[in-house]
Design a protein around this ligand. Structure first.
Ligand SMILES: [Zn+2]
Length: 324
């Protein structure tokens, strides 16, 4: 265990960036930001780590330039729909169709759907609900895709989602995803957080094999290093085998009052996890980890990293122009 590596990096606020073996700049396909001043710190951290494009998830559509605010890289906005008028079906449909048209005109490529067990518990809405069908059809027709979060760590189903009536089991989160993948076979669907099931790579392999339009993103730093690092050899083989189906993302969240270290420490953790074979303490605290969280690097080859960092994201997003 290389304790010193983490200590030394922390002493420099994770701004001394370990060299990348990837021959390309990266796209971070999963971040949450807005117009807070701290967004500039996320963009600075991204730039330090060779990331030139960020997909930024927002509630209401924002012009990319209002988020990037002079940053030299590209910001790609991924808006969400609104669910506050779900009880008034006509209004729900009309308002969200307007949002989708607006997104299409603005060049949006991905619409975010946060369909977690908690969302289901409060709305009873699944992604394959008939009320959403016309909206998904329009997203598909406009050539956009989905970024979907459908499930959560196994450990949350053991410790948090114990009310099965309210949340459903983990397996019950997946039929909604597969139904939409089947109904829209040409629409790209990025399932966040390794499809919500990094614990079960065999399940993810089945999903990828059944649905050629499915991609997985690597976001959620603590969860990914915990569950993929636990089965390092299998995870490495899975990434190499599915190198055209996995896209790099972090789920960095811009929060008020954060400092640069919040963002650099996460990018540092990703850099070491994907690109090296180190074993060192993770600087990102993990309440779901029994004991100290550890980075056990997957040591992916450079050409696999190039696909995951950039080429696959470009297939999904096209190549966006730099937003100034
Ligand atoms: Zn997220």
């Amino acid at each position: 265990m290389d304790y010193e590596l983490t200590q030394q990096a922390a002493a420099r606020d994770f701004t001394a960036v370990p060299a990348s073996r990837a021959p390309v700049k990266a796209v971070d396909i999963h971040t949450h930001a807005g117009t807070l001043p701290e967004t500039a710190l996320l963009l600075r951290a991204a730039e330090l780590y060779g990331i030139d494009t960020l997909v930024v998830i927002v509630h209401d559509y924002l012009a990319p330039a209002s988020v990037s605010n002079g940053w030299a890289g590209s910001v790609v906005i991924a808006p969400q729909l609104r669910y506050d008028h779900l009880d008034d079906e006509e209004r729900f449909l009309k308002e969200n169709l307007e949002r989708i048209e607006q997104a299409g005109r603005a060049g949006v490529r991905l619409v975010k759907f946060w369909f977690t067990p908690r969302f289901y518990a409060t709305t009873r809405l699944r992604l394959d609900d008939p009320r959403l069908a016309p909206l998904l059809a329009r997203i598909d027709a406009l050539g956009m895709g989905l970024l979907v979060h459908v499930s959560d760590p196994d450990i949350w189903f053991e410790r948090v989602y114990t009310d099965r009536q309210l949340y459903g089991t983990k397996a019950e989160q997946y039929p909604q995803l597969e139904a939409v993948l089947d109904r829209h076979p040409r629409m790209p669907v990025v399932a966040a957080h390794m499809g919500g099931d990094p614990e079960h790579l065999d399940h993810l392999q089945e999903l990828l094999d059944r649905h050629p339009n499915l991609f997985l993103d690597t976001s959620a730093t603590k969860w990914m290093i915990r569950e993929l690092g636990r089965q390092r050899e299998a995870a490495r083989a899975f990434f190499i085998r599915n190198r055209h189906r996995i896209v790099f993302g972090t789920d960095q969240v811009v929060t008020r009052g954060s400092d640069l270290v919040r963002y650099t420490s996460r990018y540092w953790t990703h850099r070491l996890f994907w690109e090296t074979s180190v074993e060192c303490p993770s600087p990102v605290e993990d309440p779901d980890c029994d004991g100290m969280p550890v980075i056990r690097g997957l040591d992916l080859p450079g050409e696999v990293l190039a696909d995951i960092y950039r080429h696959n994201a470009e297939r999904i997003l096209g190549t966006p122009p730099p937003a100034r």
